[in-house]
Ligand binder design. Structure first.
Ligand code: IMP
Length: 427
């Protein structure tokens, strides 16, 4: 039975929400394995339009168990608000589970991140300011507090006492900010504990049992490969790995159980936050793409930087993630453009390279080498088969397949589930 990992293949916001929502219909388990509420997965389905930040997209299917895996950092306040909203809109959230091992975002993570970003001034990373980076830093520094710690209030009290002392020293002595109150945080997290206790469990054991029963599982990526701390545009990146490798570690499923790795690419390129983006446009075409695609951050509302498809970056994404096939999303956004460009190589100090450079200093020097294709200038949103697409749109998709070396199993031409060309079923 399939275990499918759907991975954001660019800088996030590839339209994973829609693809994952479609695939989630067939899955019995849907698992978030990385990131936190920095993600914003927009889903439009028969229940309405939703922006999910922490809840896996399987939540709309009452037979599906939704899992927040060990690789996620959880802000309990955000999760509660999300669950309340889903419930108020008639969605049953009783099958949502949280890993014992998932780390919690604490109020000091958010406070410290704000102060750090402010102190960096023009060098700021432009994070979502949700405390994601400080929470993952604490995980590695061994000062994190995990969902399982909520189940024993003595453990929670001890852990919080030790950790908060250090955080308050940092807040008051380094940043000159106010100390946070132990009592307030402790009583707040005790309330979360009371509400969540039935949901917190060994989710990797739940998944192992599901695999033994041959039940279909979907691993739902967050963010995108180019934000990976190892292979992305470090330090302008996020702090957990959005890769297929981490789909295993962040869910507790071994690599040899994954049956299909789907890379989700937008038909063009976008980025939010700072950091180099070789194919970025700052012209009328950029405005057309941004407005047609409503390219504004789901979480932050920030305008997204828009540009041409970058096949150099895409090749690295394919190489590290090992995609079996790709989904191409938002093809319809390009419907009005008379000419399209694809970046096939970079020029750096007069030399042409086709490998994505390892450092931002090098990447900043790269100039894109483009090939130009004719646009199709016809609507594609009603296409349901590949042959329904205008010839030039077919050519564009085929060129992306050639350049990535991966077949496009899914092509999305609109925000609704049915606005999808399924060339090869994933489940
Ligand atoms: P953080 O993940 O909040 O630490 O932000 C680090 C960088 O990742 C910033 O450039 C963010 O804009 C970017 N980022 C984080 N999450 C997302 C996402 O879901 N989509 C797109 N960019 C993201």
């Amino acid at each position: 039975m399939p275990v499918v990992a759907a991975i954001g293949a660019q800088w996030g916001d590839e339209g994973k929400g829609k693809i994952v929502d479609m695939l989630a219909e067939k899955a019995r388990y849907v698992v978030r394995f990385s990131g936190g509420d920095n993600a914003g997965h927009t889903v439009v389905n028969p229940h309405g339009e939703f922006k999910l930040r922490l809840t896996p997209s399987g939540i709309f299917n009452k037979n599906t168990t939704s899992i927040i895996g060990n690789g996620v950092v959880v802000n309990p306040a955000v999760l509660n608000a999300e669950i309340d909203e889903l419930n108020s809109r008639g969605i049953d959230t009783s099958k949502l589970l949280i890993s014992y091992r998932a780390h919690l975002i604490m109020p000091y993570h958010i406070a410290i991140e704000g102060l750090e970003e402010d102190s960096l001034g023009s060098k700021a990373i432009g994070t979502t300011r949700k405390g994601i980076g400080p929470a993952f830093a604490d995980k590695v520094a061994r000062s994190g507090i995990r969902a399982g710690d909520l189940l024993d209030k003595t453990v929670l009290r001890d852990r919080l006492t030790t950790v908060l002392e250090g955080k308050n020293r940092l807040l008051t002595r380094v940043y000159g900010a106010k100390a946070l109150s132990f009592d307030e945080i402790y009583s707040q997290y005790c309330q979360y504990a009371d509400r969540w206790a039935p949901r917190i469990c060994d989710t990797s054991a739940v998944l192992a049992a599901a695999i033994a029963r041959n039940e279909p599982i979907l691993l739902e990526g967050a963010q995108g490969f180019l934000l990976d701390p190892e292979y992305g545009t470090y330090p302008f990146c996020t702090s957990s790995s959005p890769t297929s490798a981490n789909a295993c570690l962040g869910s507790g499923i071994p690599p040899n159980k994954i049956t299909h790795i789907l890379g989700v690419f937008k038909a063009f390129q976008t980025r939010v936050g700072a950091g180099p983006m070789p194919t970025e446009l700052n012209d009328a075409t950029c405005d057309i793409i941004r407005e047609r695609g409503h390219e504004y951050g789901t979480v932050s509302g920030r305008p997204r930087r828009c540009g041409w498809f970058d096949a150099v970056a895409a090749r690295l994404s394919v190489r590290i993630n090992g995609f079996n096939s790709i989904a191409i999303t938002r093809l319809d956004i390009l419907d009005v453009l008379p000419k399209l460009k694809i970046c096939t190589a970079y020029k750096i100090d007069g030399e042409t390279i086709d490998n994505f450079p390892w450092s931002i200093a090098l990447l900043e020097k790269c100039e894109p080498v483009y090939e130009e294709l004719d646009g199709w200038e016809k609507p594609t949103s009603d296409a349901r088969k590949f042959k329904d697409l205008p010839q030039n749109a077919q050519r564009y998709v085929k060129r992306l397949e050639e350049l990535t070396g991966c077949p496009a199993s899914l092509i999305s031409v609109g925000k609704h589930r049915e606005q999808t060309i399924v060339r090869k079923a994933i489940f």
